[in-house]
Design a binder for this molecule. Structure first.
Ligand code: F6R
Length: 366
C-alpha cells in the first residue's frame, strides 16, 4: 500500500509530479491558451464582478490561500483577503453579495472551514470550494468548486494536497485574468506552457533527495529553526516551518525575510539553522542582504536557490538547487526540498511521520 516507500508521507511527496499533472490534465490546453473549469465557467460573472475575493482555510490549506493571494492580486487585480477560517467565522466579518469566498480544504470536512461557508452563504456571498475529497461536506456546501485530484492523502502532514491546491488556484487566477483582460493572450500561453513543465521540475527536485537528507543529518538535533522567504515564497516559508514542527517536534517559525530585523534576529546565534528561499526573482538582492545579516550573527544558512546561482551559494552554509521557473509558479518547486528536509529530520529523530502525536488527518471539531 505504501508502494515500496517507508512512509505514506514520502510516497505522497514522490507522487507530486503525477498529482500536479492529474490536477491540470483535462483542464489546460497550452497551445490554444484555454483553461477549462466548469465550476468557474458557470459562475464567471460572479468572479469577474467580485469586489473582493475572500479566502478561508486552516493550516496548510491556509498557506495555499496565501500563495493564491499573491497570484490572484498580481494577475487579476481583484483584491484578496486570506483568513483563518476559525477567526473569520467568529469575528463578525464584513461580507456582501459582491464577495466571492474561496474555501480550501484537503479533507473537505474541517469544521471551521465549513462554518465559514455557512456564514458567507447567509450573507449572500458566492462560495467556491477547492477540495481534494470528492463528495465531502465542504464540496457539497459550496455553490461550485474544483477538485484537486491529488488522490488519497494518508500521511497526516499535507504534501501533495498543498501543491495541487496551488495548481488549481493558479489555473483559477489565470482563467479569471483572461476573462478580465488583465493579462494578454501571449502571457496566458506562456504561463500555461510553464505550468506543463512543472511536473518535470518537481521530478528534478526529488532527485536531490540524498543531498537534502545529508543536510537533514547535520541539523536533526536542532532545537529551533527559522524559515524565511519573500513575496510568493513567504507562504512557502510558513509551510516549511509547519511541516518541520508537526512531524519532527522541532520548534520552527516562518517569517517574511524582511521582518527579521523587527525582532526575530535576536534569536540568531551559531545554534540557529535558518532556511532561506532565495530564488532569483522578486526581491533577490534584498534576500541576499537578509542572509548577510544572519551570517554576520553566526546563524547557519540553508538556502534554496535556483540553478546556476552564485551570489547566495558563496555565503550560504548549504545550498539546495532547484530548477529555474517563473516566479508565479515557484512555490510549486521551492516547497519540495522543504518537505523532504522535514521528512528526513523527523525520521532521523525516530518520530512517527505518518501519524504525528496529537494530530488528526481531519479536524471535524472546532
Ligand atoms: C498540515 C495539515 C493541517 C491541515 C489543516 C486543514 O500538514 O495537515 O494543517 O492542512 O488541518 O485541513 P484541510 O485541508 O483538510 O481542511
Amino acid at each position: 500500500e505504501k508502494g515500496g516507500y517507508e512512509h505514506f508521507m514520502l510516497k505522497e511527496i514522490y507522487e507530486q509530479p503525477q498529482a500536479i499533472k492529474d490536477t491540470y490534465r483535462g483542464r489546460l490546453r497550452a497551445d490554444d491558451g484555454i483553461i477549462k473549469m466548469a465550476g468557474m465557467e458557470d459562475h464567471m460573472e460572479k468572479f469577474v464582478h467580485a469586489d473582493r475575493i475572500l479566502i478561508a482555510a486552516c493550516g496548510t490549506s491556509w498557506h495555499a490561500g496565501l500563495v493564491a493571494e499573491y497570484i490572484f492580486e498580481d494577475l487579476t487585480r481583484t483584491p484578496v483577503e486570506v483568513e483563518y477560517a476559525s477567526e473569520f467565522r467568529y469575528r463578525n466579518p464584513v461580507i456582501t453579495e459582491k464577495d466571492v469566498l474561496i474555501v480550501i480544504s484537503q479533507s473537505g470536512e474541517t469544521a471551521d472551514t465549513l462554518a465559514a461557508i455557512k456564514l458567507a452563504r447567509e450573507k449572500g456571498a458566492f462560495v467556491f470550494g477547492v477540495c481534494n475529497v470528492v463528495g465531502s461536506s465542504i464540496a457539497r456546501e459550496s455553490h461550485a468548486g474544483a477538485y484537486t485530484h491529488a488522490g488519497p492523502e494518508i500521511g497526516v502532514a499535507s504534501t501533495k494536497a498543498f501543491t495541487t491546491q496551488i495548481t488549481v488556484l493558479t489555473l483559477m487566477a489565470l482563467k479569471l485574468a483572461a476573462a478580465k483582460g488583465t493579462i494578454s493572450r501571449t502571457e496566458l500561453q506562456r504561463y500555461l506552457t510553464e505550468m506543463e513543465a512543472v511536473p518535470d521540475k518537481v521530478e528534478q527536485c526529488l532527485q536531490i533527495n540524498e543531498h537534502v537528507k545529508y543536510i537533514a543529518s547535520l541539523y536533526q538535533e536542532a532545537p529551533n529553526c527559522l524559515y524565511l522567504g519573500r513575496g510568493y515564497n513567504f507562504p512557502v516559508a510558513l509551510e516549511g516551518a509547519l511541516k518541520l514542527k508537526e512531524i519532527s517536534y522541532i520548534h520552527a517559525e516562518g517569517y517574511p525575510a524582511a521582518e527579521m530585523k523587527h525582532g526575530p534576529i535576536a534569536l540568531i546565534d551559531e545554534q540557529m539553522p535558518v532556511v532561506v528561499i532565495a530564488t532569483r526573482y522578486g526581491h533577490y538582492e534584498k534576500v541576499v542582504s537578509n542572509i548577510q545579516e544572519i551570517k554576520s550573527r553566526k546563524g547557519k544558512i540553508i538556502a534554496v536557490v535556483m540553478e546556476g546561482d552564485t551570489t547566495v551559494s558563496e555565503i550560504a552554509d548549504h545550498v539546495i538547487e532547484v530548477p529555474e521557473i517563473t516566479e508565479t509558479l515557484s512555490p510549486l518547486i521551492t516547497t519540495i526540498p522543504l518537505q523532504l528536509l522535514s521528512y528526513h529530520i523527523a525520521v532521523m529523530r525516530g518520530c512517527n511521520v505518518d501519524q504525528p502525536r496529537n494530530l488528526a488527518k481531519s479536524v471535524t471539531v472546532e
